[in-house]
Design a protein around this ligand. Structure first.
Ligand code: NA7
Length: 534
């Protein structure tokens, strides 16, 4: 308890991929660092999301740190797409290998971070009574870490157990013989549903928006791919850094409308069989810019739903419609659509009958009552800003991040906020973040921040703050680039549409990982242009 105002160099909030690497890099710079982590273990997303079927939708060979060449050679992934237990063991291995755990304080939630203008230091307080004074404060709080619940009333009145996918009990859940309701069909829902269906007596899925779900073709990892990648890891990493989404793919040269229907179908079929999140989305230059082009891919995916679901009426409900493909996070599945061919699985379309409330015995929609023993809440997260705004962060002149972000999360490069000196956000709004391979973006941010810290000490600076004009210009650029795409056409968490009252603004930067990295490098080589250093 209570290390009253202990003085250290840096506080890092969160011990997932970003917090652990930030700790490692700041230590290398000779800083004293403390990491506060709310979970009882390290791992962030991969600590919390332990529901059956939890899996990353970026391939194993691409979803790992690049900073430790020996580690990337030694570590053996077993499947094409890494499952949650494997990613968590990887992170635990990294923490042990780099002796990171000794500076991580678990089961401790940061509640307040307050900038003291007199000393130019952050006072950070936790729910366990810590009070730490630090020169730097880094929010490594994750983009999808603040769980969101259905907005309808009554969850607390439900008599049976209920589980949010993002807060899954570590001891697991036994669904056998139970009548189960699952609310939500984003990645978490579509991953957990086949596993619940295997065990439950009866499963009802409540779907509000049907997703574009691609088959993952997951399985044992291809050893040729492993050998090739390991033989060329530096080049493979560099190709990822110089890509749009942080995953190297062959870049298209044609519009979807420039080719014949037959050729396009063959290309989409090959993309489909590749079992990859971006294989279809990046098959043509304009799928994310032009609705007519996008519709060609959307229609192809709809056909796949009908090929996999036996009952045409159920398939019609599962067909993704009403928004362009790729503008909400598409999903990769294992057995999702086929699960609806089981006799014990039912689908409720919430666009036909809206959710009204959760009752003591189950779920009420405008069409009637459904009785359940157990509920699974797969309704996602208050993405990108939720975890940061959950902390009382107060900068200069007593202004809080919550106040500042009321009309949308303005940042400079998604890394820094005017009015909040020496505070950094890893993969924050205004950076590629959730629209990229998170590990590639995390490494870039962490390295940029640690280089900056090195630059400051080498040049005798102790305070850095984003200039308001630079922040405004960057935020306008982020929105302008977003407006050139179809991303604003869907009610997605990318634009805050999944949280009532949240500003409707496209939060991730869609200008691409490579261009963004170049901008950050230019800013740094110009002596941190757009920042004021003291
Ligand atoms: P997502 O992708 O935000 O999905 C949440 C799902 O829950 C989605 O189908 C939502 O429907 C649904 N939802 C949310 N609120 C409600 C209410 N009130 N009523 C009914 N349905 C609701 O979160 P996930 O956890 O699945 O995935 C998050 C990310 O993790 C994913 O993108 C990957 O990057 C990994 P909606 O679409 O909003 O109509």
């Amino acid at each position: 308890m209570a290390n009253a105002a202990e003085e250290i160099d840096a506080v890092v909030v969160g011990a997932g991929f970003s917090g652990l690497y930030m700790l490692h890099k700041l230590r290398e710079k000779g800083l004293s660092v403390k990491v506060f982590e709310a979970g009882a273990g390290i791992g962030g997303t991969w600590y919390w999301n332990t529901y059956p079927g939890a899996r990353c939708d970026v391939e194993s060979m691409d979803y790992s740190y690049s900073f430790d060449p020996e580690l990337e050679q030694e570590w053996e992934w077993t499947e094409k797409y890494p499952g949650q237990p494997e990613i968590l063991s990887y992170l635990q291995h990294v923490a042990d290998r780099h002796d990171l755990r000794k500076d991580v304080i678990l089961e401790t939630r940061v509640t307040h971070a307050t900038f003291d203008e007199r000393t130019s230091r952050w006072t950070v307080r936790t729910d366990q009574g810590h009070e730490v004074s630090a020169q730097y404060c880094v929010m490594a709080t994750g983009c999808l870490s603040q769980p969101k619940f259905p907005e309808v009333p009554g969850l607390e009145t439900f008599a049976g157990p209920w589980y949010h996918t993002g807060l899954w009990p570590k001891e697991g859940v036994d669904f056998s013989g139970r009548r189960v309701g699952v609310i939500g069909t984003g990645s978490s829902g579509i991953q957990v549903i086949p596993f619940v269906a295997d065990e439950a007596a009866d499963l009802t899925v409540f779907q509000r928006t049907p997703n574009y779900v691609l088959a993952s073709f997951n399985g044992p990892i291809d050893q040729d791919r492993v050998r090739d990648t390991k033989a060329n890891y530096p080049q493979a990493r560099e190709a990822a850094r110089q890509s749009i989404f942080g995953i190297a793919v062959d870049m298209p040269t044609q519009s979807a409308l420039e080719v014949s229907d037959e050729e396009r179908r063959e290309v989409y079929q090959r993309g489909w069989e590749r079992g990859h999140l971006n294989a279809i989305l990046q098959a043509y230059t304009d799928l994310i810019f032009n609705e007519e082009s996008n519709e060609t891919a959307a229609a192809f995916i709809r056909d796949q739903v009908h090929a996999r679901v036996n009952d045409p009426a159920t398939a019609a409900k599962l067909e993704p419609r009403g928004y362009p493909y790729g503008t909400k996070r598409p999903c990769l599945d294992t057995r999702y659509y086929e699960t609806f061919n089981r006799d014990n699985v039912h689908l409720v379309d919430l666009r036909e009958e809206a959710l009204v409330e959760i009752t003591e015995s189950g779920v009420r929609t405008t069409a009637g009552d459904y009785a359940f023993d157990t509920l699974v809440i797969a309704t996602g997260f208050d993405a990108m800003t939720g975890a940061i705004q959950n902390i009382d962060i107060t900068g200069k002149d007593g202004v809080s991040v919550r106040d500042k972000w009321q009309d949308g999360p303005d940042t400079y490069l998604g890394l820094a906020l005017a009015g909040f000196p020496n505070l950094f956000v890893i993969t924050g709004p205004g950076s590629p973040s959730v629209l990229s391979n998170m590990i590639v973006s995390i490494e870039q941010h962490v390295e940029w921040i640690s280089d900056l810290v090195g630059y400051m000490s080498a040049n005798g600076h102790s305070v850095i703050e984003a200039e308001a004009a630079a922040e405004k210009e960057w935020t306008e650029h982020v929105r302008a680039v977003g407006d050139m795409t179809l991303f604003t056409k869907a009610d997605s968490y990318y634009i805050g549409a999944n949280v009532p009252g949240k500003a409707r603004v496209l939060m991730p930067y869609v200008g691409g990982v490579a261009g963004y990295r170049q901008k950050c490098e230019e800013v740094a080589s110009a002596g941190y242009a757009g920042f004021e250093l003291k």
